[in-house]
Design a protein around this ligand. Structure first.
Ligand SMILES: [Zn+2]
Length: 187
């Protein structure tokens, strides 16, 4: 075994880490030889056991507990960055929006959800936040989807629908006023 993993003790909420045991001798005293921040934001540390001089690496990842999203009918489900992202991707299809812009918007939404500091967040509020990010990104994508969103009960239904290609056709067919070019430029 070459790698150890820091784990958060569920009995002690907060940034409390169990002491790392050397994988070779089981002792917990070590020294850090090298610390690197990985591309995904996790921290990798190369360590040396003070007892047996064995060397191993640990990887620390920040674990965030997202609140539950509460739907209108009372059902709860975990907040999902992936679902928000795929919804925004669909909303901005064929629009001049980079993937990085969408990911940054998702991070802002996720940070807002965390910073509320509550265990639950109404789906309606998440929906409003998603729409305001969409508006800041692209007016056309916003207007195109805002009208459709209003017909949905909550943001999850909105996001689920956006994953459906038939919904895209529905949106296009119902928003002819948003066509930017004449349909027959040279009749
Ligand atoms: Zn050791």
């Amino acid at each position: 075994m070459r790698n150890g993993t820091a784990c958060v003790d569920p009995r002690h909420p907060g940034p409390y880490f169990l002491p790392m045991k050397c994988p070779f001798c089981g002792q917990t005293e070590d020294r850090v030889l090298d610390t690197r921040v990985q591309k995904d934001g996790s921290i990798r540390r190369r360590r040396e056991c003070l007892s047996c001089r064995g060397r191993y690496s640990t990887q620390e990842t920040l674990l965030l507990d997202y609140p539950f999203v509460v739907k209108k009918d009372g059902r709860r489900e975990p907040f999902s960055k992936e679902k928000i992202l795929s919804g925004l991707e669909k909303a901005c299809q064929k629009r001049p929006i980079s993937h990085g812009q969408l990911e940054a918007a998702v991070e802002r939404i996720a940070a807002w959800v965390i910073n509320r500091g509550e265990n639950e967040v109404p789906a309606r509020l998440v929906g409003k936040k998603v729409m305001s990010e969409l508006k800041a990104l692209d007016d056309v994508a916003y207007v195109r989807f805002a009208s459709v969103y209003r017909t949905f009960k909550d943001v999850q239904e909105f996001v689920d629908a956006l994953e459906d290609d038939e919904m895209m056709e529905f949106v296009d067919a119902n928003n002819p006023q948003l066509t930017l070019k004449p349909l027959n430029p040279n009749p």
